[in-house]
Design a binder for this molecule. Structure first.
Ligand code: ATP
Ligand code: MG
Length: 233
């Protein structure tokens, strides 16, 4: 679904991504793990065109999207949920979802508010609530639901577990597993290894802009030396 090869990105003169390569298979959940400042968000921003990669290839369902404008990349099927929540505070939950609506893709059924309420049951109860009067965790779920209304080929989630209370974290893990069960392809950025282990099939570890480990989630959990060296856990 997504193949990233030798990606290099800069902020000004700072060479942040120094040859990042990985691939996400259709229907898989891949987690990009790394400490603060490792380059997880920069990788995601490079994929969706908010940071323009200096070098490298990004293929999404066969198309080389490196260097495209963000709106064109979104139309090609990359759905991005940033670290900071992005909802319209004056609009209700249902209205927020309508803003995200895009045509269906690849012959798959289009996401509807009702299907998303099945995925995020607490949003169903809040459907007429303005976004500004919801908790941070609820806003995070609404941001994901609204992104899914765009029927993305691949969903990018930047640290969805960050700042969530344990009960909300549990709902988030359930929602990601339900998405996976429906065949949605997901790339997740995380520092929370425990959360990642619940939802991801495979892991890629990034450290100072380089991939230092890649393999199955089970292999990472078995590799204590790698976890200590790169993740401090
Ligand atoms: N807009 C920016 N301008 C300059 N440097 C930046 C900018 N954004 C991030 N950086 C730097 O790029 C590096 C990678 O940052 P990035 O945000 O990708 O890390 P991250 O892995 O997402 O970390 P976190 O877990 O804290 O979100 C860091 O050294 C950071 O200080
Ligand atoms: Mg980040």
């Amino acid at each position: 679904m997504l193949a990233v090869e030798e990606l290099h990105s800069f902020y000004g003169r700072a060479h942040i991504l120094q040859g990042v390569s990985f691939a996400v298979a259709p229907g898989a959940v891949l987690v990009l793990l790394g400490r603060n400042g490792a380059g997880k968000s920069t990788t995601m921003k490079s994929l969706i065109g908010l940071v323009r990669p200096a070098r490298g290839r990004i293929r999404l369902a066969g198309a080389d999207i490196a260097g495209w404008e963000p709106h064109r990349i979104a139309r090609a099927g990359l759905g991005y949920v940033p670290e900071e929540r992005r909802i319209f505070t004056e609009l209700t939950v249902l209205e927020n979802l309508e803003v995200g609506r895009q045509p269906a893709r690849d012959g798959r059924p289009a996401w509807t508010p009702e299907a998303l309420f099945a995925l995020f049951p607490n949003l169903a109860e809040l459907r007429h609530r303005p976004g500004g009067r919801m908790s941070g965790g609820e806003q995070q779920m609404l941001t994901i639901a609204r992104t899914l209304m765009g029927n993305p080929r691949l969903l990018l989630l930047d640290e969805p577990s960050e700042g969530l209370a344990p009960v909300i974290l549990e709902q988030m893990a359930h929602a990601i597993l339900a998405l996976k069960a429906q065949g949605v392809t997901v790339l997740l950025a995380e520092q929370n290894l425990h959360f990642a282990a619940r939802v991801a099939d495979a892991a890629t570890v990034i450290e100072t802009g380089r991939i230092v480990w890649a393999g199955s989630m089970a292999a990472l959990q078995a590799d204590e030396a790698a976890r200590r060296a790169h993740l401090q856990v």
